[in-house]
Design a protein around this ligand. Structure first.
Ligand code: GLN
Length: 287
């Protein structure tokens, strides 16, 4: 069978199983199955070998069971880095690119690099390592540490550092600050913590609730558990004038801001994402 016909078949199959962007996904699956770019496929309409056909059918079947396309294709682009993903690790989201962009601006504008000779960054709940690696690649003179409680996530983070040839980021396993030696301190602490309310998880789309790791999603009964813990403990690990930056779950900005205020942070600022949702909060710690 030829590629164009296969795209139509797979698209119909996925559409029939309730996948909304079936056509685009079918194209991506066929492209992966053939190992060709879109231009070649649309220009040459190549025919699929038996091996191609089997590979494509297997991917389409996986997708019909609501496995996220990103897991099936095996990687996503995050700030120009190739981030390998699969079962056991959260798929990086576009909002998180915004978080990194903001962190880069903040790090530049507060000239954190001038505070200590070598910029030090801590990324909590690092998951695939996307945030840690994007910052390490932006600030080549920085030392970036990523922490995650999950072995699966950490193995992706370490692999992602290798894939992208990033040498100034390292990863350790543990629960937030627990694995850190108390004499460590950072200019920037960043985190995209799990922030979905426990009770809301089952109502998310199956690609998320049935496939992505629960411990990367579940933020406790009010979604704030990890913010609370991090805000309180971060003070002991921030350098003077160091910054704490979070990605925020929809609707939790006000609560997180007030947690930061009562903990004594200053210069608390929030920023909206492209959908108009307060998505990022940053604050400064002074000793
Ligand atoms: N830091 C990773 C990301 O932003 C994982 C976040 C998490 O596990 N909640 O994609």
């Amino acid at each position: 069978m030829n590629a164009m016909r296969k795209i139509r078949d797979v698209s119909e199959f996925l559409g029939g199983r309730g996948i909304t962007s079936a056509e685009r996904e079918a194209e991506l699956i066929i492209r992966r199955g053939l190992g060709m770019d879109a231009v070649t496929i649309y220009r040459d309409d190549p025919s699929l070998t038996e091996v191609n056909e089997e590979f494509v059918s297997e991917m389409a079947l996986r997708r019909s069971m609501r496995e996220p396309l990103q897991y099936i294709l095996g990687s996503v682009d995050f700030m120009g880095l190739e981030i390998s993903v699969g079962k056991g690790v959260l798929i990086p989201r576009p909002e998180t690119e915004l978080l990194v962009e903001q962190a880069v601006k903040i790090a530049h504008s507060y000239q954190l690099s001038a505070i200590s000779k070598e910029l030090t960054i801590l990324d909590l709940c690092t998951g695939s390592g996307c945030i840690a690696l994007a910052l390490a690649s932006e600030f080549r003179n920085a030392r970036v540490l990523g922490v995650d409680i999950s072995d699966d996530a950490l193995s992706y983070a370490i692999k992602n550092a290798e894939i992208n040839g990033i040498l100034n980021a390292s990863f350790i396993k543990g629960d937030l600050f627990k694995p850190l030696s108390p004499n460590l301190s950072f200019d920037l602490i960043i985190s995209n913590p799990p922030y979905i309310k426990s009770g809301d998880i089952s109502s998310l789309q199956p690609e998320i609730s049935e496939w992505e790791p629960l411990n990367a999603l579940d933020g406790g009964h009010d979604g704030l558990l990890l913010y609370r813990k991090t805000i309180l403990a971060a003070c002991d690990f921030l350098n003077d004038k160091g910054m704490l930056i979070f990605e925020l779950g929809a609707g939790c900005a006000e609560d997180v801001v007030s947690l930061m205020k009562s903990a004594g942070y200053i210069n608390i600022e929030t920023m909206k994402d492209y959908a108009g949702i307060e998505r990022i909060v940053s604050a400064r710690w002074t000793r």
